[in-house]
Design a protein around this ligand. Structure first.
Ligand SMILES: [Zn+2]
Length: 208
């Protein structure tokens, strides 16, 4: 299966779908492409170099072993103004890579960049791929957990190890960037599907 991972900002896929990615990697039969829309230079502390999050993303993707990746340079929090560019990048990915599974933010995500990317992903892939929308705890006021992906503790641990590459986010005190948060969240979702751990996804489109 060809899997397209979509991150508006560098760390979104690891947080929302890192366990799913590890489970698919373990299956050993999928091709991955990873598209990131912003390096988020303006989301850093004043003493942090502007390429900090891009370097952390590359370290995380290297750890996971995903080589086919592209980081675009849209300014953070301006994506509604770049809607057409985002759609064109996604249409290019559809033509060039033709993913069967697309993993993107959910349509209920209230962050303006995530919401724009979620809408454009549905436009670009509604006729060609299954679309899973990942959960972002600080951005989803509501969330349709239609799909639960069962995970092992190893999947959750490796998700956290990928997230741990984002030292800047830990230094900035982002509450989601801790092992205790990741483990508790996965445990809660696991309890909903008879598994020790899980991640939840909305599914705006399924193509079988
Ligand atoms: Zn984000």
């Amino acid at each position: 299966m060809r899997v397209l991972l979509i991150s508006p900002h560098t760390d979104d896929v690891e947080l929302g779908a890192g366990g799913l990615v590890c489970r698919l990697l373990d299956e050993g039969k999928h091709d991955f492409r990873w598209l990131v829309f912003s390096r988020c230079e303006d989301s850093l502390g004043a003493d942090m170099p502007p390429d900090t999050l891009e370097r952390e993303f590359n370290a995380s993707a290297d750890f996971l072993g995903i080589r086919d990746r592209d980081v675009l340079g849209l300014p953070v929090r301006t994506m509604p103004a770049h809607r057409q560019e985002i759609l064109e990048a996604l249409v290019h990915a559809r033509r060039d890579f033709n993913p069967e599974l697309v993993v993107a933010p959910s349509l209920d995500d209230v962050h303006q960049d995530h919401a724009t990317v979620a809408q454009e992903a549905l436009r670009a892939f509604k006729s060609s791929a299954t679309l899973l929308g990942y959960e972002q705890p600080s951005n989803n006021v509501t969330f349709n957990s239609r799909v639960l992906v069962r995970l092992t503790k190893d999947h959750v641990w490796r998700k956290w190890q990928a997230m741990e590459h984002y030292r800047s986010q830990q230094e900035l005190g982002r509450q989601c960037f801790s092992w205790s948060f990741v483990l508790s969240w996965a445990t809660m979702r696991g309890a909903q599907c008879g598994a020790p751990y899980a991640e939840a996804f909305d599914m705006p489109r399924g193509v079988v």
